[in-house]
Design a binder for this molecule. Structure first.
Ligand code: TPP
Ligand code: MG
Length: 204
């Protein structure tokens, strides 16, 4: 655990970003979390400062829980960089490209294994990203090669405004809920926020 922040702190941070965005103070997209605070804190129980964390466009909670100070994260968001927050000194990186971080995270895990180090990689991905070909390849490769990486699938049931299950015809949910269990964690959550924005100004 690299931060002592609780669910209330995470919620309050995201609410302050939402307010700033709705006041027009952030002139770039924001992708907010809501409803997954307990799950995120639980995942971060095991994450240490020497571990690497990779995220998508939705990464405020991970940055805070990895130990980046709130004011530092907020300043970057105000500068318009919410969509791809990177703090190399805290070993946390994000990309706004669907699937963009997955091969990079897999490569870092491979390098840790080759160097016989003991730290880990944690890679967060949404439910639609989890169904892409690149996710399948990276997860499969990591599992077969026993790489020190955990992929955390965050299922909010949607991809922007599209229903993930409907797209793939998944009546019983993703195969990743049960397969590759040494390398995959899967949780579901419901959010009050749209895909991007905070419900007042630009949203989609
Ligand atoms: C290569 C690529 N294709 C399309 C997009 C547009 N896009 C941004 S987020 C997103 C939805 C991804 O859904 P999911 O993986 O479930 O993540 P969520 O936003 O729900 O957390 C899409 C299609 C993109 N950023 N990159
Ligand atoms: Mg989703």
């Amino acid at each position: 655990m690299t931060s002592q922040l609780g669910a209330e702190d995470l919620l309050a941070f995201e609410e302050s970003v939402a307010s700033a965005f709705n006041r027009g103070e952030i002139r770039a997209p924001v992708h907010l979390y809501d409803g997954n605070e307990e799950q995120m804190i639980e995942v971060f129980q095991n994450i240490k400062s020497e571990d690497w964390v990779f995220c998508s466009w939705r990464s405020h909670y991970q940055c805070l829980l990895k130990g980046v100070p709130e004011e530092v994260v907020f300043a970057e968001i105000l500068e318009g960089r919410s969509i791809s927050l990177c703090f190399p000194e805290y070993r946390i990186f994000s990309s706004a490209i669907v699937g963009g971080v997955l091969p990079i995270a897999t490569g870092v895990a491979w390098s840790i294994k080759r160097a016989a180090q003991s730290n880990m990689v944690y890679c967060f991905l949404g439910d639609m990203t989890a169904e892409t070909g690149i996710a399948h390849e990276c997860i499969k490769y990591s599992s077969y090669n026993k790489l020190p990486i955990v992929f955390i699938v965050e299922d909010n049931g949607k991809s922007v405004c599209t229903d993930t299950r409907k797209v793939w015809g998944m009546n019983s949910g993703s195969y990743l809920k049960t397969m590759f269990s040494d390398n995959v964690r899967y949780y579901s959550y419901e959010t009050k926020f749209p895909h991007a924005g905070a419900g007042v100004r630009v949203e989609f």
